[in-house]
Design a protein around this ligand. Structure first.
Ligand SMILES: [Zn+2]
Length: 273
């Protein structure tokens, strides 16, 4: 009986609570989480990732000059994004993993294998901006919590059963929601983005970087190079594993390049040159 109440509440919640306007497209989308929850989840994922890295002997790179450079790039790109007021943060992590990732809400991690003066995959600021803009686009499109929303009915239903068998006294809506957060800790937030999400982040990111005054032609270079890098590396440590750079993707970027170049030419940063 209790479980039925539980599941009914979940259904009501899912039917009523998750239609929201997508800041990027202006369309209604299903997202069970509020923007504030994106921020909270992101902070949680970030601190857990850093703690996990520390456990494995990996630390944050505290180089003041490089950190300041990263911060400035994220500031420029996020300022022209659809959600400029999120508490964006960027951290450089000292490991040779060739990747970057963004947690929901704007916490971005760049790994040194992607960006270091000696042998990082990116060769200049524009290429680094392409990766950062792509990540900031994922944040603006709220791809993580949208994917979690899609996975929620199944997971919460399973969770309802768990709570019911564990403790019949205390289950309530608040617990279910926080239990949803616990599921996040078990990895759902790290769900790989769908191809559609990747394509959207490419399109939106290309415009963000161009508006922020970074040359959008660099996006083609870096995604092409990441594909080549993937060919000769451990897929688990490759940017390719989370950002597949196939022919279709490069073709899409080529198609969108003229519009991005126009935005680049008229960027306030370009006019200031
Ligand atoms: Zn991506």
């Amino acid at each position: 009986m209790k479980m039925n109440i539980c599941l009914s509440l979940i259904c009501v919640l899912l039917l009523t609570g998750c239609t929201t306007m997508d800041a990027v497209t202006g369309r209604q989308t299903r997202n069970f989480y509020s923007l504030q929850q994106d921020v909270e989840l992101g902070s949680q994922v970030y601190s857990e990732t850093v703690a996990e890295m520390k456990k494995r002997g990996v630390s944050i790179n505290a180089d003041a000059v490089r950190t300041a450079q990263l911060k400035e790039m994220v500031r420029r790109i996020s300022a022209v994004s659809n959600l400029p007021d999120l508490p964006y943060e960027v951290t450089l992590i000292q490991t040779n993993i060739v990747n970057a990732m963004a947690a929901p809400g704007g916490k971005i991690m760049v790994y040194e294998g992607l960006w270091n003066p000696k042998d990082g995959l990116v060769k200049d600021d524009d290429e680094l901006a392409a990766v950062l803009a792509h990540e900031i686009a994922h944040v603006n499109c709220r791809h993580s919590t949208e994917a979690m929303t899609k996975a929620l009915p199944v997971n919460l239903a399973a969770l309802g059963v768990t709570l019911f068998t564990k403790d019949t006294k205390n289950e309530n809506l608040g617990q279910l929601v926080s239990a949803g957060v616990l599921i996040v800790n078990n990895g759902i937030v790290m769900t790989r983005y769908s191809r559609m999400d990747e394509a959207e982040a490419d399109t939106i990111g290309l415009m963000y970087m161009a508006k922020a005054g970074y040359d959008p032609r660099a996006a083609l270079r870096i995604w092409e190079r990441s594909a080549q890098h993937h060919a000769g590396s451990d897929p688990a440590s490759s940017i390719f594993s989370t950002h597949p750079a196939d022919a279709v993707r490069l073709q899409n970027l080529r198609t969108q390049l003229p519009a991005a170049l126009t935005a680049y030419d008229t960027s306030p940063y370009r006019r200031a040159l």
